[in-house]
Design a protein around this ligand. Structure first.
Ligand code: VGL
Ligand code: ZN
Length: 201
């Protein structure tokens, strides 16, 4: 049983989008190609209300990529992105979603950000993804999507905590910050996450 989680392949994370990930569009064809290797495919979708706390526009005097302290942790303030129901929140139009059995939306609570597809950043509220995957008999989970160093990473770390094995398909993912991703990859692997490329599948 091979499971694929497709994280946040949404227009706002694409070149030209509100929170663009460099070369983010290059992963869409790869993700479409690998889907037939998997028995179970789920997707996540960043899905924020307009008044979301992670938007710089909701903090007077702040600009995108400033940091604030929120609940004792650093919170990056982002440009408005993936606002519920807007074109930017839709999946990339070329992403094949026919085989996607469920979509888990996150970041809907205006007060808390949610990078992981499993839990909000305070680890208080579950999306139900873990229970869904367990009930479907998933053990080994492969991850792709955007951004490799944020949403994909936090989702993978939660997958480990939930007892799944977690493998990043690197060429089916792109980081927001390319310059720090080499070091981050080393840290990721020390935590027990695996990294492969689509041709290794
Ligand atoms: C993401 C920043 C803010 C992501 C979501 O999907 O990686 N990054 N919201
Ligand atoms: Zn977001």
């Amino acid at each position: 049983m091979q499971t694929l989680v497709i994280a946040d392949v949404q227009n706002d994370f694409m070149p030209g989008g509100a929170l663009k990930v460099p070369f983010g569009d290059e992963i869409v064809g790869v993700i479409n190609t690998i889907q037939d290797r998997f028995d179970l495919i789920v997707a996540t979708q960043d899905w924020h209300p307009k008044d979301h706390v992670s938007f710089a526009s909701n903090h007077r005097g702040k600009k995108p990529f400033d940091k604030i302290e929120l609940y004792g942790e650093d919170q990056v303030l982002w440009p408005d992105h993936c606002v519920q129901g807007t074109p930017g929140a839709m999946f990339h139009p070329d992403l094949n979603t026919i085989g996607v059995s469920a979509i888990f939306r996150k970041g809907m609570n205006p007060e808390v950000d949610s990078y992981s597809g499993f839990y909000d950043n305070r680890h208080m509220v579950s999306t139900g993804l873990s229970g869904y995957l367990k009930e479907k008999g998933a053990h080994d989970i492969y991850f792709c999507g955007l951004a490799a160093d944020i949403c994909v990473l936090y989702t993978m770390l939660d997958a480990l905590r939930e007892g799944f094995s977690a493998t990043l398909i690197e060429d089916a993912s792109r980081p927001l910050d390319i310059s720090s991703f080499g070091n981050l990859k080393r840290e990721i692997m020390e935590k027990g996450l695996k990294i492969i490329n689509s041709w290794d599948l």
